[in-house]
Write a protein that binds this ligand. Structure first.
Ligand code: ZN
Length: 199
């Protein structure tokens, strides 16, 4: 604390898998409870190229607060991605594709709690194409975990991507996580499915 030495902080997302936060400095010590209070140090600006001391952010305290909020948001998004994809054992819930680099964590209902605890059962591990198709209501997933393809998409004629990647998914059962608490929430799916039906 006295030397303001920058530190790394590792948050465990799941078994031995950590997310790093840096640089942190210790700003307060609570020896009786063996705790410290830490803060993200924005002085190390090379790590945050977007931050500058412009007129909208007047004092270093504001910069610090801004960086802290930004970092928490980013951590939340990263944690959501890692936890959701891990819950599906790194597979697309729809087509089973097993390439983490091609997977996203899709929200069933848009994320209102940017900084809260990521809710895995509001997520689906989807490959890039199925994430975009789900977001744009090309496909819907009902509360019984069945895939539906929009009527006009079913009638189109095109190449193999449309045929095998979308049309043949009609009526498929999605893959869900082993743990009950991580399975997609049927209420959220139902709410979202209404959007799909009206698309
Ligand atoms: Zn997929």
């Amino acid at each position: 604390m006295n030397t303001r030495t920058p530190l790394f902080y590792f948050i465990e997302l799941y078994d031995h898998f950590y997310q790093a936060v840096w640089p942190l400095i210790i700003i307060q010590d609570f020896p009786s409870s063996l705790c410290v209070k830490a803060m993200i140090e924005p002085a190390y600006k090379d790590l945050r190229p977007g931050i500058s001391m412009d007129e909208s952010i007047e004092s270093p305290i504001d910069v610090r607060r801004y960086v802290t909020v930004e970092t928490r948001r980013r951590l939340h998004q990263n944690a959501f991605r890692e936890l959701v994809i891990h819950a599906y054992d790194e597979h697309c819930a729809i087509c089973n594709l097993h390439h983490p680099g091609l997977l996203d964590a899709a929200h069933i209902i848009g994320d209102l709690e940017d900084e809260g605890i990521p809710i895995i059962n509001n997520g689906l591990s989807l490959c890039k194409i199925h994430h975009a198709a789900y977001d744009q209501n090309f496909i819907g997933i009902d509360q019984d975990y069945l895939v539906h393809v929009r009527g006009d998409i079913l009638e189109e004629r095109d190449g193999p991507m449309l045929k095998h990647g979308l049309q043949e998914l009609e009526g498929w059962n999605i893959r869900t996580p082993q743990k009950r608490s991580e399975k997609p929430d049927p209420d959220r799916l139902a709410l979202r499915f209404r959007d799909f039906l009206s698309a």
